[in-house]
Design a protein around this ligand. Sequence first.
Ligand code: ADP
Length: 254
Amino acid sequence: MIESGRHRAAESESLLELQRVNKMRRDFVANVSHELKTPATSLKLLAESLVDVMDEDPEQARFFAGQLKSETDRLAQLITDLLDLAKLESQEEVPNPRPVDVWAVVESVMLMMRPAAERKEIELATRESESCSNRRDCVIRGDETQLNSMFSNLVDNAIKYTPPGGRVEAVCEVADGEVVIHVSDTGIGIPESKLPRIFERFYRVDKARSKETGGTGLGLSIVKHTVENHGGRISVQSRPGAGTTFSVYLPRIE
Ligand code: ADP
């Protein structure tokens, strides 16, 4: 009797889980359709406008051609992000993990991001704590390409959401069998009520600003999945107007 009660409870729990997954899938398809339709419509309108003015107004034509290019870039970025996310979601862990010096990856990301930061007059800094001085302690098992694109996403966001004159810093620490990387900025910050949602697909705190800066709203979902596939976790702390810190914890090779 008790057993059958337990059985029924387990059955209804898995039914609820199935309903939840189905709803998530429906929402995802609806979101993707909307997100793809918007740039596709803009492309069509811009191409029509370009054809209309091509002969009489070369100045205007150049403007529409420029707009066409940036909308096409946005659409291409969206498709790349969607494919990356789908791939990460279909895997539970990193296929063929290899030893990777995480701090070396972060340092090369910071170097790569320098021109973008300089364009915005943002200072980029790296700092390793004492615990990180033996580089062998910063080695984890993972995929260097995925880790590179994950930290690029975090640093790119930090630069995007920090006004000129600000500062972005990456810090390395080693603690309790983990390598911890903090990426902090002195940017606009995120209101506390919005923090729990920022890792959701397509979620943006300020849709207009995100569109302006070319975001797809998928970056942090990709980051979270990459961290989790590496057996790690991510946390965020933020104060509007003061800045944001993302902390990535990755299990290191003992
Ligand atoms: P997006 O492509 O819009 O940047 P993300 O998934 O990377 O999408 O981030 C989701 C949202 O989280 C962003 O739209 C932005 O509102 C907020 N966000 C992410 N990183 C930061 C940051 N460093 N400072 C302030 N807000 C941020």
